[in-house]
Ligand binder design. Sequence first.
Ligand code: PLP
Length: 491
Amino acid sequence: MTNGKTKILEDMASTEFRKYGYELVDWIADYLDNIEDYSVLPKTEIGEIKNSLPDQPPKSGESFETILSDFDKKIMPGITHWNHPNFMAYFNSTSSGPGILADLLSAGLNINGMSWHTCPSATELEEVTLNWLAQMLGIPVKFWGIIYDTASMSSLHAVAAAREQAKELFINGEELSQSNYSQLRIYCSEQAHFSIDKCALTLGINKEGIRKIPVDKEFRMIPEKLSEAVKQDRKNGWLPFCVVATVGTTSTTSVDPVKEIATICKKEKIWLHVDAAYAGTAAIIPEMRWIFDGIENVDSIVVNPHKWMFTPIDLSAFYTSKPEMLKQAFSLSAEYLQSSSDEKVTNYMDYGIQLGRRFRSLKLWFIIKYFGVNGIRNRIREHIRLAKKFADWIDNNDDFERMAPVHFGVVCFRAVPKNISDDQSLRENELNKLNEKLLNKINSSDKLFLSHTVLNNKYTIRISISGIRTLEKNVKDAQLIIQNKLSEILT
Ligand code: PLP
């Protein structure tokens, strides 16, 4: 061992690793303790970070002090603070202490969980934690789970499995010919996340193969319209093979009626995938279980603990009741990876595109063990309570109006001050401009970060309360900032 000595051919000495490891843990603890001292958004100009770094890599290694000092001076200024309690844009993903520490351990172990053989603990812990999570969410035992990086990837695998099923059901196991490929059709609502379009495009289904189903006033897919579309498409020679229902759409968090959609899909023999990337976590609280009504009849589900379960990005939990379809779509291997245990174990590499797999289940396991089901429930319940309180504030404030129902931690609203034109067409145009200006003013306050969407051509501001560090006082501060910035614009 050469502990403490400069090494020419080996890794950093353990004494040095220990010293800077402790220092970095202290740094992270201080960072999280004092996170409110940072402005949520960085103030850097485009290219500023890049220009502050040398064009070429260092020829000789630098001291760890230099690296840390460069990190502080050159990288930190361009950091957007997703962990900040006033980061209330998009679907916030915040890390938590146990998640951060588990990721550190995972980097230390550096296993590759491609098969059981390459790391039994990684495979078996993934099976156990996904089983725990399924119980927490009320996902029936017939569902089999796997962890991917993001919901986009989970949905891509769902659509690939759906296509595999279509081959079985409609083409009797024969390969679809190129001409048949262009006939495949996938359905999702007008409010579905664009990752679904990307999945379809990636799998060779062109834009015409993606059919958007209209939504009702509450932005939910209308099942009758889906049923009509499928029937019409079959008549016109299309092959309907997959429907994606969303539980918690990105703009408004609307919940598609999974039960009714599942009945249609069962009858039509179409794969039903549920994108519950953000809102699925809410099913952990018993009073929110309704969001998964009918879930026993779907083919696959995605829930992202990195969106609303305090898990450092990335971790997407994917469940399917037909893992054999997924395996059929993806199990290709090479001789060098075969082992005598293959028949008896799960080799996760057989269920997806990637071969190498990080030890993601470790952080999920740490988080569930550390907070417990009740601890997670309390935090999710509180976020929903705070969102409803914020919605009440909007509803009772003459300067604002609410734009969508509130089910989870997101409230969609816009400013509608009195001195706006009465002429309907001018009015909407003016309101759109005003709300865009308001959002820009809020975000340049350095104190709060919100995002926006457009609903029925109306520019809409979105607040998302799902950060583990976001408390009632932060939401009250947000209200004050929003109101003050509107007053500044109007005076
Ligand atoms: N599905 C929904 C409903 C989303 O809101 C998002 C992102 O916000 C995604 C999928 C994509 O998530 P990911 O970044 O994990 O791919």
